[in-house]
Design a protein around this ligand. Structure first.
Ligand code: AMP
Length: 151
């Protein structure tokens, strides 16, 4: 088994991202690996299709601007250089996988709420990333959900 050389950290930029990032940093330190970070912006048109009778481009632009500065700030606290920061448009699951492949990541680190029941059936981002991933995926348990699945 070879060491992890490149770690891809996927963040939704919520307050939970720090918890997920801490694990990624531990991996980076343990293996002296390089750390990349990715945030995916979901196009509003993907979520709402043609259902919203208004021009969403201004809102989309604002979301993009906010995400850009937020990702930059977050990356700065983790000392991730700009060349290793990836802000992508699209569906999170597939874009996280694609970006990881592009940089040759050996492991993708995502957060997981360990949901169960219907949410598990519908699938979370962590689930989506795991399916079809061509490298290891580390799902970091986040949140305060202490309950365990009864299935
Ligand atoms: P969720 O399934 O949406 O609760 O998200 C679980 C984890 O998936 C987050 O902690 C992130 O690691 C990752 N994730 C979710 N949405 C995004 C996104 N838009 N961009 C990058 N990673 C994401």
């Amino acid at each position: 088994m070879t060491d992890y050389k490149t770690v891809m950290l996927a963040v939704d930029l919520t307050e939970e991202s720090l918890q997920v990032a801490e694990r990624a940093i531990q991996l980076v330190q343990a293996f002296a690996a390089q750390l990349h970070i990715v945030h995916v912006i979901e196009p509003l048109s993907l979520a709402y299709g043609g259902d919203v009778p208004m021009d969403l481009s201004t809102v989309q632009e604002q979301i993009h601007e906010q995400a850009t500065s937020h990702l930059r700030e977050f990356s700065a606290t983790l000392e991730i250089p700009e060349a290793q920061q990836h802000l992508i448009f699209g569906r999170p699951e597939s874009e996280i996988q694609r970006t990881a492949k592009e940089v040759g990541a050996d492991v993708i680190v995502v957060g997981s709420h360990g949901r169960h029941g219907l949410a598990l059936l519908l699938g979370s981002t962590a689930n989506g990333v795991l399916h079809g991933a061509t490298c290891d995926v580390l799902a970091v348990r986040v949140g305060n959900d202490e309950t365990h699945s009864e299935e």
